[in-house]
Design a protein around this ligand. Structure first.
Ligand SMILES: Nc1ncnc2c1ncn2[C@@H]1O[C@H](COP(=O)(O)OP(=O)(O)OP(=O)(O)O)[C@@H](O)[C@H]1O
Ligand SMILES: [Mg+2]
Length: 319
């Protein structure tokens, strides 16, 4: 069993007069990327700030590497690194000088370690450039280097991919996965984009209106909400003839596709492969050219997420 790095039990938080977080409990383990997913205003940043020691913990228990956040605050914090909101750097200093500044505030961080974290985030070639010349993606990676310099076991990142282009998102994703899977760091990363979580995370917790809805491996989350029917678009030589040939096949629903000479076929998911084979055979033996068959991914992850959050909100619109 992987080691529990972050343990959260019955965390609630009131800000002003509103209860922002209600009874949140979950664990994150060494070696995993844990996604904290929720719509705007769900409570992601609030939770992350509490874990990072930037907001007080009023109700509930949090421990990091076994150190209780209240009783052993400093020890708990030694094991946390994070980027909450945008990392702040001095633009007129180089990346390296910025890291040196941070290193000076902590004990025992050598230049060897700094070179290691720079390499980890792929900034070796640019580390002596001024930060003002960095792209947003590079700043974000410098932020990860800064957060990792003291070898924390838990890395927490609040929406780290905001504003990044696809190539920078991929670069960051690879760095984070590598840190978790190869170095055994527990990573907690928040996002409001399910599609991003799908590629980055091993497990995902969904938070809506301050309550945690579910925590599960990403594959389970997708499978649990996957549809009962599978849809395929057939591009054939003659749609009219194909329709006639397939008419009356059991469990096959037929409709004309949007493009010329396409048909939309719907099968029950559990027998989609058997039916695909029968349909293809029928078309070929009826002398109809079959050009392409493509599966329609009609339930993208975003839909699953919206459905989950709507359910939790009791059908309210997103605020
Ligand atoms: N200092 C505060 N006082 C009162 N309410 C606050 C305070 N900070 C945040 N909130 C409220 O707490 C709720 C959760 O905010 P939080 O920033 O944690 O959400 P989030 O999930 O990070 O959202 P986003 O995706 O927009 O970043 C929101 O309704 C917000 O208005
Ligand atoms: Mg936030």
């Amino acid at each position: 069993m992987a080691e529990v790095i972050l343990h959260i039990e019955n965390l609630s938080k009131t800000l002003g007069k509103r209860e922002i977080l209600h009874n949140i409990s979950f664990d994150t383990y060494s070696g995993e990327v844990f996604g904290f997913l929720g719509p705007n205003g769900a409570g992601k940043t609030t939770t992350i700030k509490i874990v990072a020691g930037l907001l007080t913990l009023d109700e509930g228990e949090i421990s990091i590497c076994g150190y209780d956040l209240r009783r052993d605050f400093e020890r708990a914090m030694e094991n946390v690194g994070g980027i909450v909101e945008n990392p702040e750097f001095y633009g007129y200093l180089s990346g390296w000088e910025n890291l040196r500044q941070y290193a000076a505030m902590r004990d025992g961080i050598t230049d060897v370690r700094l070179r290691e974290v720079v390499h980890m985030v792929g900034l070796d070639n640019r580390i002596h450039d001024k930060v003002s010349k960095y792209s947003l993606g590079m700043r974000q990676r410098l932020g990860v280097a800064q957060a990792m310099m003291h070898r924390p076991r838990l890395l927490i990142l609040d929406e780290p991919t905001n504003g990044l282009d696809p190539a920078s998102i991929k670069a960051l994703r690879d760095i984070l996965k590598n840190l978790a899977h190869e170095e055994g760091v527990a990573i907690m990363v928040s996002s409001h984009l399910m599609s991003e979580m799908e590629l980055m995370c091993d497990r995902v917790g969904v938070i809506v209106n301050g309550s945690l809805q579910s925590v599960q491996p990403i594959e389970e989350l997708i499978a649990a909400t996957s549809p009962d029917y599978a849809e395929f678009v057939y591009h054939v030589g003659d749609a009219q003839k194909a329709e006639e040939a397939l008419l009356g096949m059991q469990d096959v629903q037929l409709a004309r596709g949007e493009e010329a000479n396409t048909l939309l076929l719907t099968f029950p998911s559990h027998e989609q492969y058997t039916l695909l084979a029968s349909v293809n055979r029928k078309l070929i033996t009826s002398g109809i050219s079959l050009y392409t068959v493509s599966k329609r991914e009609n339930r993208r992850l975003e839909d699953v997420f919206i459905e989950l959050t709507q359910k939790a909100k009791g059908g309210d619109q997103i605020d």
